[in-house]
Write a protein that binds this ligand. Sequence first.
Ligand code: HEC
Length: 99
Amino acid sequence: MKKIAIGMLFAASTMLMAADGAALYKKCAGCHGADGKTKALGKSAPIAGLDAVASAADMEAYKAGTLNKNGMGGLMKAQVASYSSDDIKAVAEYIAAMK
Ligand code: HEC
């Protein structure tokens, strides 16, 4: 029992520490496509290969509620609301690496 508890603690702490772009992207795939080439709800640009600095800036702005390119900014705000800046950077780098 004790071992299991320690194992769970360890798993939780590594999850908190390492922002894993691929894992963070999972919930995005439903709209943006597993390959990032889908125009989400017909509204977004395809995001695969976007410059990581630029897309991270967009995501920070969605999170802050200051970006609304196509009337769906509020929806993107909800997507990234729980993401830290590190999470956003990690997922932006993951997107940039998609071909
Ligand atoms: C429910 C569908 C949905 C999900 C899930 C979703 N998005 Fe979006 N995303 C959109 C829509 C719609 C837009 C266009 C928003 C606007 O009007 O500005 C958008 C826009 C974007 C843009 C800007 C693209 C452009 O047009 O320049 C980026 C980057 C982005 N999303 C990344 C993500 C990431 C990363 C995730 C996962 C954390 C995610 N999205 C999850 C629907 C979604």
